[in-house]
Structure formats: structure tokens, C-alpha cells
Design a protein around this ligand. Structure first.
Ligand code: VGL
Ligand code: ZN
Length: 195
């Protein structure tokens, strides 16, 4: 799909690009760092047109139920207030980017950026209709965010050049991407918006 002009009603949603999900972090997503320069291009394209940018962050209490020592399935990660929970400094976020924190409840995991947050209300308040979604990880938080967005009636463009998967079992990322597209997400790359 070429020549997709950005316009009013479009928003960029960057899911969980946080140090703990990057190589060297507590729950590193392989190649997660490779999407940062691509996301910076999308950010620039949106900022130039005064279109809004949201970022979600996984933000857990120290003994969150998703952590292995608590009986969950992940190493402790993205604990509120720790360096691992922060955005990497090379992600060039605009000062007006809107921040959505999720996973803050100790006894509930939240993969989707919509779960237990005001994201849907904020998007609707700004008359957003189309979400351009990228970030980490394809097979968890991106997948669940995109599925919720579609259920809520947003048009979703999936930034296939700006997502990476955990791939705990091989092909999880490929399967998640196929599922999102099957469910209505439109796969694009940066060249589609800036040909
Ligand atoms: C995520 C595992 C645990 C994600 C968050 O952001 O994809 N994955 N918590
Ligand atoms: Zn988490």
C-alpha cells in the first residue's frame, strides 16, 4: 500500500518501548533496539503534521503477579521508578506525547494499552479514528493492544517495520502478526506514508 497520506484523525501509538524490553534489559525482546530509528521517523512524520502521539508503558509494582517469583511467567521487569521502566533516550519523543501507564495493579496482568487505562477515552476525546501501532512486543502487548483497538472500532495500521516479538515459542511473532491482519489490521511500513 503506497502513498498513505497522514491526516486529521490519525494517531501514533507506541507500545512499551522501554529499556527492560531492549537487549540488555530484564525481559529483552530480540532486536527490539532496531525499531527505535524507524519509530523516530514515524514520530517525526506525526509531529510535523501536529498529529498526536501516545506511548504506553508497562509499569509494575515490585511484586507483580506476572513475575516468576510470584508465580507468573516473566522475569521481574518494568518496575515503577526503575531505569528499566524508562523509555530509551534515543527514542525521540515529542514533549507533547501522551503517556499511558498499564499493569499497575499487583494482581492483574495487562498486556493491552487499553486495559484499565484511559486510552480509549483520550483517543475518542481527540476524534482519533485511525491508530498507527508499533512497539514491543509483537506477540504480547502489541497484539493485545491492536485486538482491543479493532474491537473498539478504531482502524488500525500495523507498523510492520517497527515491531519485534519475544518469540518464547518459535513463530509467535509471525502468528501474532498474521492474526492481527486477519482481524482487520492493515500492515504498512514507513515507505507507505513517506514514499
Ligand atoms: C509485555 C510481557 C510482559 C509486553 C509486558 O510489553 O509485550 N510482555 N509484560
Ligand atoms: Zn509486564
Amino acid at each position: 500500500m503506497a502513498d498513505l497520506l497522514l491526516s486529521r484523525g490519525d494517531a501514533l501509538v507506541i507500545v512499551d518501548v522501554q529499556r527492560d524490553f531492549l537487549p540488555g534489559g530484564a525481559l529483552a525482546v530480540p532486536g527490539g533496539n532496531e525499531i527505535i530509528p524507524i519509530l523516530n521517523l514515524y514520530i517525526q512524520a506525526f509531529a510535523q503534521r501536529s498529529l498526536p502521539v501516545w506511548i504506553s508503558q508497562d509499569c509494575h509494582p515490585p511484586h507483580h503477579c506476572s513475575f516468576i517469583p510470584e508465580g507468573g511467567s516473566w522475569p521481574p521487569h518494568c518496575i515503577a521508578g526503575t531505569p528499566g521502566s524508562q523509555s530509551p533516550s534515543d527514542l525521540k519523543l515529542p514533549p507533547e506525547a501522551l503517556l499511558i501507564l498499564k499493569g499497575q495493579q499487583k494482581n492483574q496482568d495487562a498486556y493491552s494499552a487499553f486495559q484499565g487505562t484511559a486510552l480509549a477515552q483520550q483517543l475518542q476525546a481527540r476524534q482519533v479514528e485511525t491508530l498507527f501501532v508499533g512497539g514491543l512486543a509483537t506477540d504480547y502487548c502489541v497484539l493485545n493492544t491492536v485486538q482491543d483497538a479493532i474491537k473498539l472500532g478504531f482502524r488500525v495500521l500495523l507498523l510492520t517495520d517497527a515491531i519485534r516479538a519475544v518469540n518464547r515459542t518459535p513463530e509467535d511473532g509471525d502468528r501474532a502478526e498474521a492474526a492481527m491482519i486477519e482481524q482487520g489490521a492493515i500492515p504498512i511500513t514507513y515507505l507507505d506514508i513517506d514514499p
